[in-house]
Design a protein around this ligand. Structure first.
Ligand code: OXD
Length: 311
């Protein structure tokens, strides 16, 4: 039998992964965190938030697969073996879920659903002012596969949509901005800001007091990327001053969100527990199986990660 595959995650027991991998690869020597066995045989690691130093203790590992589309959880391990390729999952199911999450909160804000819910509780028949779709400007930060899908769907709904990325990108129907120079202009034209950036050295703390101040007053913020982009004190101050009218937050600097964190009870904040996009072994496995086959055949891998850029 080929080398073993280690499933390193505390979130689930990996049973579904074992099933889908065996369907694509035949019998698999499948190991889990509680049952790693002889580490010499481990050839492939599937990981979500692995304990630091663990992967380095597998002497013959040849491929590291991130079980999330983000890879900051892997790169946080400063003992990751150098020279072992890292690939991310590419999951159309997850991409679609992320776009749905953004569309849900954006439409709920855009159509004043929270105000109507309050009116209903007060038995009030009270039409609210509304903003035309063509005047509600969406801004998507991060134009990888999730950002492109999200931006394209907002554009299809008729919202003027822009995207910001580190390097220049051109996308049909989307106004694009890039780099430090483009950031202030992008923020100044954005009424609903959606964060799907990777977490890297350059993006940590990017959404600070200056960034929130650069948005138009009353902008809405959706974070389905990483909490580490946000300076929480700055966001809370912007919410309290009315600079930001509300926020839907799926990700946090510390997860699970600590019990005493002000976001839990803030009237303008919606908290969800990092569920915007869940990796589904059924939709994510074809790409993983393809990469394992390629690695074994010595062929170029797909969806590789550059540890230097962090994505
Ligand atoms: C991911 C995540 O990176 O779920 O895929 O956060």
């Amino acid at each position: 039998m080929a080398g073993a595959i280690a499933y390193i995650s505390r979130d689930t027991d990996g049973v579904h992964w074992k099933k889908v991998l065996e369907a694509g690869l035949g019998p698999v020597d499948f190991r889990t965190l509680d049952n790693l066995g002889d580490k010499e045989r481990i050839e492939v690691v599937l990981a979500w938030k692995p304990p630091a130093g663990l992967i380095a203790s597998f002497p013959n590992v040849k491929l590291i697969v991130s079980l999330g589309m983000g890879v900051d959880h892997l790169l946080a391990d400063d003992r990751l073996p150098t020279g072992v390729p890292i690939v991310r999952i590419m999951d159309d199911g997850l991409v679609g879920q992320m776009s749905e999450y953004a569309i849900y909160w954006a439409l709920r804000h855009h159509r004043e659903i929270d105000k109507y819910a309050a009116s209903q509780r007060a038995r009030q028949w009270k039409p609210e002012d509304f903003v035309d779709t063509i005047h509600r400007r969406i801004g998507v930060m991060g134009l990888g596969s999730i950002g492109q899908d999200t931006a394209g769907k907002f554009a299809a709904l008729g919202f003027p949509t822009a995207g910001w990325s580190r390097t220049a990108k051109s996308l049909p129907g989307i106004e694009t901005f890039h780099g430090t120079d483009g950031l202030a202009r992008f923020l100044a034209r954005t009424d609903i800001l959606i964060d799907v950036l990777p977490l890297t050295r350059d993006t940590r703390g990017l959404l600070d007091a200056k960034a929130f101040a650069a948005l138009p007053k009353g902008a809405y913020f959706i974070n389905m990327a990483r909490g580490g982009h946000v300076v929480d004190e700055a966001l809370l101050a912007a919410l309290d001053s009315g600079q930001i009218s509300g926020a839907a937050l799926d990700v946090f600097n510390v997860e699970p969100l600590p019990q005493d964190h002000p976001y839990w009870t803030h009237p303008k904040v919606q908290v969800t527990p990092h569920i915007a996009g869940a990796t589904n072994p059924r939709t994510a496995s074809p790409g993983v199986i393809e990469n394992i086959k390629r690695m074994r055949a010595g062929q170029p891998l797909l969806h590789t990660v550059d540890p230097k850029t962090g994505y």
